[in-house]
Design a protein around this ligand. Structure first.
Ligand code: JCZ
Length: 229
């Protein structure tokens, strides 16, 4: 999978070189590049923002650097590209979209700042031959820019790629829910910690009883969670 992220803070993506995704990058399963939007400006100040038409607070990102940066990124990729534009007004990212995007060859993240990117940029690429446009939010809260949202998406997506270390053989396991995580409480050594004991059944070696206990606990948890909503 080839991933490009465009941002005025490309250093935000440095942590991707660490840990699991870093290993995927090292082993060429994932090819990641962060591009500095300011490289696509032509004035001495490297201006990427301007005042909003119609007035109002804050600044809006100018369309020209975005157009040139996205065109340049498209040249780094072959074929169809999933262009992901982060915005608090987008469709909410979930495990289903993570799974869908994990099987795509080319992901391009456009990470805005300020009050967002001139709306003509999304309008332009929505109609582009090689682009599938996704306007995405990671949740109902407001961030200062798209970078952190892109990091969240990249982690959720790349961990689903076969061959990425730490990736889910476990997705096939019946003890996992639809988001691929266990829903029952988990324990490890020591058997007693600060006076708290690991449930006896988990130490019994009785796999039938263990499976039943985990199912009951998972149900109890989802019921408790529903009642707290
Ligand atoms: C650009 N502010 C892009 C996304 N889920 C979520 N919350 N906030 C964002 C977001 C905020 C932004 C920009 C400027 C995304």
């Amino acid at each position: 999978m080839k991933i490009t992220a465009i941002s005025i803070f490309p250093e935000y993506f440095s942590p991707l070189r660490l840990s699991l995704i870093g290993k995927a990058i090292e082993s060429s399963v994932v090819d990641f590049k962060a591009i500095d939007l300011r490289e696509f400006t032509h004035d001495n100040h490297k201006t990427v923002d301007d005042t909003p038409y119609g007035g109002g607070a804050g600044m809006v990102m100018k369309p020209e650097p975005w157009g040139e940066a996205i065109d340049s990124a498209l040249n780094r990729h072959d074929g169809i590209v999933d262009l992901i534009l982060l915005t608090p007004a987008g469709k909410t990212f979930d495990q289903e979209l993570a799974a869908k995007l994990s099987s795509r060859e080319n992901l391009l993240f456009a990470c805005g700042r300020y009050e967002g990117i001139d709306a003509r940029v999304s309008d332009f690429y929505r109609g582009h031959q090689r682009v599938r446009l996704h306007e995405i939010s990671i949740g109902n809260y407001v961030l200062n820019g798209g970078e952190v949202a892109a990091l969240v998406m990249i982690e959720a997506i790349t961990r689903l790629i076969p061959g990425v270390i730490g990736n889910p053989d476990s997705l096939l396991e019946e003890s996992h829910n639809e988001i691929g995580e266990v829903e029952y409480p988990v324990y490890t050594k020591p058997a007693e910690w600060r006076g708290l004991e690991v449930p006896e059944v988990l130490k019994s070696g009785n796999h039938g009883e263990i499976a039943n206990w985990r199912r009951r606990e998972a149900q109890r948890r989802s019921k408790t969670l529903r009642e707290s909503e």
